[in-house]
Design a binder for this molecule. Structure first.
Ligand SMILES: O=C(O)CCC(=O)C(=O)O
Length: 276
């Protein structure tokens, strides 16, 4: 199945900053993805290197995660590189952004039954670290039906045409990873309920939000981001809210990076000693 957007749909995306795609993969694929997803989250793969963390809680061993997130799930389950969601999302991304669009990020979010926290209003671009060299669009696919009870996506139409707005850590708490916009008018939100395997796609400046999961089942969602790398989009000044890295996740990621650097330096020294 290759999805071809109509010219009206393409226009709607660029006018509103988001678009609903009723079906982006098959029910069989959704079933398979649920199994993979539940296993990766149960095993907390990538916790040590900061790929698995709590987006909205303090992320300490004592506090059960209220919004667990896994970055780069296909690193832990390579079969995710071959799924129809990815093929279709890439095809649509190229219709929206042009033929050089490529995958630039990937993450999965789980909202546990009854306690799954709200994803606060934000723009994805606010998360970009310095020297990010693309503007992205994100495909968000739920693995079960979603509505406002379990945290469907909500958007502010037209917000992608404005600047990146001021953000801060959730509740202004420096221990938390997630960001929230402040001072923005979010009174005209458009909710996007979807069936399992449907998707929304939004621009990196589109203000969006997903409510808490108040239902009895898990709310699983998988996001793929696509962009066109270009010097024109390179972020040259760090956003102030990203300059301070104080979450438990940041500390684990920094330690893992330090360990990799130390290991590489050890390898270089060993190689030099052998070649001497
Ligand atoms: O899954 C959610 O609750 C929010 C996801 C999101 O904000 C995103 O993928 O851009």
């Amino acid at each position: 199945m290759t999805i071809v957007l109509t010219s009206d749909a393409i226009r709607e995306f660029w006018d509103q900053g988001f678009l609903v795609i009723p079906q982006i993969c098959t029910p069989q694929e959704v079933d398979r993805l649920c199994d993979v997803y539940d296993r990766l989250f149960a095993q907390r793969v990538g916790w040590q290197k900061g790929d698995f963390f709590d987006f909205a809680g303090p992320d300490t061993p004592e506090s059960p995660p209220v919004l667990p997130q896994l970055l780069d799930p296909s690193r832990y389950e390579p079969s995710l590189k071959k799924i129809a969601f990815r093929t279709n999302a890439l095809a649509i991304a190229r219709q929206l952004l042009g033929p050089s669009a490529e995958l630039v990020f990937e993450h999965a979010m789980l909202k546990p039954p009854r306690i799954g926290a709200e994803t606060p209003w934000h723009q994805d671009e606010a998360f970009y670290p310095i020297y990010t060299n693309y503007q992205s669009i994100t495909f968000w696919m739920p693995l079960q039906p979603v509505d406002r009870l379990n945290g469907c996506m909500e958007f502010i139409a037209g917000s992608h045409a404005g600047p990146v707005l001021p953000h801060r850590r959730i509740n202004n708490d420096p221990r938390l990873h997630g960001l929230e916009v402040y001072g923005a008018d979010v009174s005209q939100a458009v909710s996007c309920p979807l069936p399992a395997g449907g998707a929304t796609v939004h621009h990196c400046r589109t203000l969006h939000h997903a409510g808490p999961n108040l239902s009895e089942g898990p709310r699983r969602a998988y996001s793929l981001g696509f962009g066109v790398r270009s010097r024109a989009f390179t972020l040259r000044t760090e956003f102030p809210w990203n300059a301070v890295r104080t979450s438990a996740r940041d500390q684990r990621a920094d330690e893992a990076q330090g360990a990799i650097r130390r290991y590489m330096s050890h390898l270089r020294k060993t190689a030099r000693a052998i070649l001497r």
